[in-house]
Design a protein around this ligand. Structure first.
Ligand SMILES: [Zn+2]
Length: 335
């Protein structure tokens, strides 16, 4: 079945077009209406590769949303040798609500790929991206951050590719983007195969995602990584050859440790962390404590790191429930 999402954008037409991915949504107040997911197409009209950049896949992650909105203005002044398709607020209902997930259907857009036409608006957006936009794209970047619940070490992440050719293409993209850390992952700690970048891997398109900030605010450092990264990629892939971007950065490759090395909260309470993202930790080192809500006399529950590694993320809010991920670890790797 053809995706019901529509747009006035003609992706083959040269120049700048701004419209929406118009996602039909029949509500109490709008029987025949559509959700306006902002979409821009900048086409140099001379052939060349296509970059697909998305942000706002989670509505409460802001560095990517702002970086892509700023990028549009720079691209408008630059000669393009290819095409750039930008959706800076991919889950528009979640962005408008300042929430990770859509208030319309509770959908987590980075957990429903490759999408479902029978699902709610979130699954329909995923289906549109996977079936209509992926076939146009040669390179894909989906910009995320820690959002409301996580404090993240700034990094780029990618699935490793299904063969050596794809692995090489992924390494090229990670190197060009140039985040301080680049991690290869199977996504097991997060959305596994249901994320945008996992679906892109299955479509054979080199794709990366990012983690660029902490809490539902804008990190200056994370924004700078996003802005310089997308500019470098557009330059290195020959789409915006005149773009300048800072060089001289050091890229370290890393690998996430699995669930067994992730610390989850054993009870409800107040989370007191003892270390920050980026710190190197050792087995048995104190990670933090949980102060029980209901018994102030009880000793806090102390948590220890099960293995050595670099703290990739920690929980951001203090109020914590059983099962919340408190710390995740990664190790440096040769790639
Ligand atoms: Zn996210």
């Amino acid at each position: 079945m053809k995706n019901p999402v529509w747009t006035t954008i003609d992706f083959d037409a040269p120049g700048i077009q701004s419209d929406f991915a118009r996602v039909p949504h029949s509500s109490d107040t709008s029987a025949y209406g559509w959700i306006p997911v902002p979409m821009l197409c900048l086409n140099g009209g001379r052939g060349g590769p296509t970059a697909l950049f998305t942000a706002g896949t989670h509505g409460d992650e802001y560095e990517g949303q702002v970086a892509l909105r700023k990028l549009v203005h720079d691209l408008a002044k630059t000669k393009l040798q290819g095409r750039v398709i930008i959706l800076p607020a991919l889950n528009r209902p979640a962005v408008a609500a300042g929430r990770r997930n859509s208030p319309l259907d509770g959908g987590n857009l980075n957990r429903v790929f490759p999408g479902d036409l029978q699902g709610g608006p979130t699954a329909v957006i995923a289906h549109y991206v996977a079936t209509e936009l992926f076939p146009l794209a040669d390179v894909i970047i989906d910009l995320h951050s820690g959002g409301s619940s996580l404090d993240y070490l700034p990094m780029a992440l990618a699935h490793p590719g299904r063969n050596e050719t794809e692995a090489e293409a992924v390494r090229r993209l990670l190197t060009s983007f140039g985040a301080p850390y680049s991690a290869l992952t199977d996504g097991a700690g997060g959305g596994a195969g249901a994320t945008l970048y996992a679906a892109a891997e299955q479509a054979g398109i080199p794709a990366i995602t990012t983690e660029l900030g902490s809490g539902s605010t804008l990190s200056e450092a994370g924004l700078a990584i996003a802005e310089s990264g997308v500019r470098r990629v557009l330059r290195d892939y020959g789409i915006a050859p005149d773009f300048d971007a800072p060089e001289g950065r050091t890229i370290r490759f890393a690998r996430f440790l699995g669930r067994g090395d992730t610390i989850y909260s054993p009870c409800d309470g107040l989370f007191e962390p003892f270390v920050k993202p980026g710190e190197q930790v050792a087995p048995g080192q104190k990670a933090g404590a949980i102060h029980r809500l209901d018994n102030a006399l009880a000793r806090p529950i102390e948590l220890e790191f099960p293995s050595s590694g670099i703290v990739a993320f920690r929980r951001f809010p203090t109020l914590t429930s059983t099962g919340d991920a408190l710390f995740g670890l990664m190790v440096e790797a040769q790639n």
